[in-house]
Design a binder for this molecule. Structure first.
Ligand SMILES: [Cu+2]
Length: 129
């Protein structure tokens, strides 16, 4: 193998590794809630977006989302969960909790301007027969 062929082969390998990382490691993964006295708690860091941005919970059980907003950018000063009638102010550098009990479904949440987004997936407690 010449040096040129070697470089092309290594470059190709690097591209394959990068593409796999990009699509499988870097895409947001659903994070499951931790259950505390029957309440499904999820901490969400708010800084230029929501981390995690995809949350998986059990339908029909109370959910408590704890938004820790670690920035002063006004974009994220409100969080809106339209399906639950929630629009809450998130003071900077504090944790603000919102609670609701979702029916099964997929729900979006976003900042007050609709610029940053997250998804809450509420799965049925029993798989449908
Ligand atoms: Cu915004």
């Amino acid at each position: 193998m010449t040096t040129g062929q070697m470089a092309v082969t290594l470059g190709g390998l690097a591209a394959i590794v990068w593409i796999n990382w990009y699509f499988f490691a870097a895409t947001p993964r659903a994070v499951a809630a931790s259950v505390d006295a029957g309440v499904q708690r999820v901490r969400i860091d708010v800084k230029g977006g929501y981390t995690p941005s995809v949350i998986r919970v059990r339908a029909g059980a109370p959910v408590r989302l704890e938004f820790h907003r670690d920035e002063t950018n006004p974009c994220t000063e409100e969080v809106v969960l339209p399906a639950f009638g929630i629009r809450t102010y998130l003071p900077a550098h504090q944790t603000t909790a919102v609670g609701f009990t979702p029916a099964a479904g997929t729900y979006e949440f976003a900042c007050g301007m609709g610029m940053v987004h997250g998804t809450l997936i509420a799965e049925p407690a029993e798989p449908p027969a």
